[in-house]
Design a protein around this ligand. Structure first.
Ligand SMILES: NC(=O)c1ccc[n+]([C@@H]2O[C@H](COP(=O)([O-])OP(=O)(O)OC[C@H]3O[C@@H](n4cnc5c(N)ncnc54)[C@H](OP(=O)(O)O)[C@@H]3O)[C@@H](O)[C@H]2O)c1
Length: 255
């Protein structure tokens, strides 16, 4: 695949899996559109991606929970005469790790509005352009939590089950088009994810990844890049990627 003529949009590219994914496509020479809420991080990432070999880099700072902001961004992208070839719906988060009756319910809104509604609105905004040219690729970052549920994770697991259903259902809607839909579903990846889940408690977040080798964000970026690089007649429908020390959502071999 010649990435130098392609535009890849990665949501949530200020950290973790999104940042690593943007870097992987930059190394291949693609044009990148990166998003997130942290302005400074976006600007730093733009420099990193340019140095890594990106053709061009566009940054869009917005909150993916706000559908009117998504609409404005997509309008700007069109005004820049960009046509998105690959959308990586990565922006997402987890809040709480407690029984439902103890959960902070604002965290529920955060997860549902980002992981489900943000992904939906982003996809809805960009799909008409892909339909017009009968080409494109939507890559959703799901989770093992979309395949299994675990204790203290009801709402996060529900959002990732929703991503799994949306991915599969969208593929049916796109039947008879050349647009591909993929879900990359990681197990434990060491990123800022647990720190966000525990509302900034770094010490608690670190314990999640102690005693075994978790995945790196680059491991998932490689899976995304590989799926996107398949010839156009090949769709990687879904890919569950686990650390070797992880056998299920809750079975992790900690030495
Ligand atoms: N880490 C894991 O173990 C793991 C496992 C399975 C699946 N995942 C999934 O992988 C994806 C990326 O997570 P990560 O591990 O890379 O976490 P991360 O390091 O915390 O990165 C999350 C990214 O999402 C962005 N984001 C969050 N809320 C946003 C909002 N309202 N508007 C715009 N951007 C927002 C953040 O950007 P700003 O803060 O700058 O807005 C950040 O760039 C998520 O969908 C997550 O559910 C992670």
């Amino acid at each position: 695949m010649d990435w130098s003529s392609k535009t890849v949009m990665v949501t949530g590219a200020t950290a973790g899996i999104g940042a690593a994914t943007a870097l992987r496509f930059a190394e291949a020479g693609a044009t990148l559109i990166i998003t997130g809420r942290r302005k400074q991080r976006l600007e730093t990432m733009a420099d990193v991606l340019t140095s890594a070999g990106a053709n061009e880099v566009y940054i869009h700072r917005f909150d993916i929970q706000k559908k009117e902001q998504i609409a404005a961004v997509v309008k700007n992208i069109t005004a820049d005469t960009l046509s998105v070839d690959v959308l990586v719906n990565n922006a997402g988060l987890s809040r709480n790790f407690s029984p439902m009756w103890e959960d902070n319910t604002d965290g529920w809104d955060d997860m549902i509005d980002t992981n489900i509604k943000g992904l939906l609105h982003m996809t809805r905004a960009l799909l008409p352009g892909m339909i017009d040219k009968n080409s494109g690729h939507i890559i959703n970052i799901g989770s093992i939590a979309g395949h299994e549920v675990y204790q203290n994770g009801a709402v996060y697991c529900a959002t990732k089950h929703a991503v799994k259903a949306i991915t599969a259902s969208l593929r049916l809607d796109l039947f008879k088009t050349n647009i591909r839909v993929t879900s990359i579903d990681p197990g434990l990846v060491e990123t800022e994810f647990s720190e966000v889940r525990f509302y900034g408690d770094k010490e608690r977040a670190e314990t999640v990844y102690k005693g075994f080798q978790p995945l790196t964000a680059a491991d998932i970026a490689e899976s995304v890049f590989w799926s996107a690089s398949m010839p156009e007649h090949v769709t990687i429908a879904e890919m569950l990627v686990l650390p070797t020390d992880q056998a299920s959502a809750t079975m992790v071999y900690k030495k």
